[in-house]
Write a protein that binds this ligand. Structure first.
Ligand SMILES: [Zn+2]
Length: 280
């Protein structure tokens, strides 16, 4: 009896975890490709229809205008149909995955892990978030953390903020200059009180990512997007590099701001205190 069960298990190879996930993987991968091709065709058809429409209208000719309108209507119908079929395909895959997990005892988190790609395309993220949102969020944050983790220690009283690879620009929204070029090692670093507050419990970039992921857990894609946007969020998560004009307008201590900038360029570390203001 026992032996028979083993034979049965090995003979149902098509239903193994790997085979199933590979099949799903291929199906998910084909959805966006298929949609992209049809949408590309629809967009071209609309452009093609615009020409006789424009010609007909400008020449007061009825026939070409009608042809143009018909082509555009057909293309629009194709696009709408594509969206509808795409939705159905995704819905069907989600329920297939959920049902199989239930019946064959697959762990949903493991399925999400097997189907995860970095970065997930549109259909994939829609499906994976429906299967197990928390598993997807975990994968997204660990993938982002691996991408730019900096080894080593941060000195006490400092936080981490990567300077640009080469030169920088004046990034002060309140500065009237036209994004003055700031050479590597130069400029003035303004550390707003809000950034100090934000980074007090998230001094490394990794900790910052985890903090942001926690606040946006309900939407893992939004947090993934935020990781990508980390560097531009100067003034919220990071200090602001600026030219002398901007620094003077803000009334910050120029000596301190220049020293902070030089240290940041060299090390990527920023003092965990606001830049002193010398004049209002
Ligand atoms: Zn400026």
């Amino acid at each position: 009896m026992k032996e028979k069960a083993t034979i049965q298990e090995t003979s149902t190879v098509p239903d193994s975890f790997e085979t199933r996930t590979q099949k799903w993987d291929a199906e998910i991968g084909s959805i966006d490709k298929w949609v992209g091709r049809l949408q590309g065709g629809g967009a071209i058809a609309i452009l093609v229809g615009l020409f006789p429409l424009w010609f007909g209208l400008s020449m007061y000719e009825m026939a070409p205008a009608v042809v143009g309108i018909l082509v555009i209507i057909a293309a629009a119908a194709l696009l709408m149909q594509t969206t509808r079929v795409r939705k159905e395909k995704i819905k069907k895959l989600i329920s297939d995955i959920q049902q199989t997990c239930q019946e064959d005892g697959f762990d949903k988190a493991e399925v999400v892990k097997a189907l995860f790609r970095k970065p997930p395309d549109q259909a994939r993220s829609e499906i994976l978030r429906a299967v197990d949102l928390n598993a997807l969020a975990r994968l997204l944050s660990s993938a982002a953390a691996r991408a730019t983790s900096i080894p080593g220690q941060i000195p006490a009283g400092y936080f981490e903020s990567q300077p640009p690879e080469s030169d920088g620009l004046c990034s002060d929204d309140e500065c009237p200059c036209a994004s003055t070029l700031i050479l590597r090692g130069q400029g003035y670093l303004y550390i707003p009180p809000g950034v100090v507050k934000m980074r007090r419990d998230a001094r490394t970039l990794n900790d910052l990512r985890i903090k942001l992921a926690r606040t946006t857990r309900r939407d893992p894609l939004a947090s993934d997007f935020r990781y990508a946007a980390l560097v531009p969020r100067q003034g919220v998560y990071h200090p602001i590099l600026m030219c002398r004009q901007g620094a003077e307008r803000r009334g910050i201590d120029l000596d301190v701001a220049a020293k902070d900038a030089a240290y940041w360029w060299e090390t990527g570390f920023v003092p965990l205190r606001p830049t002193p203001i010398v004049k209002a």
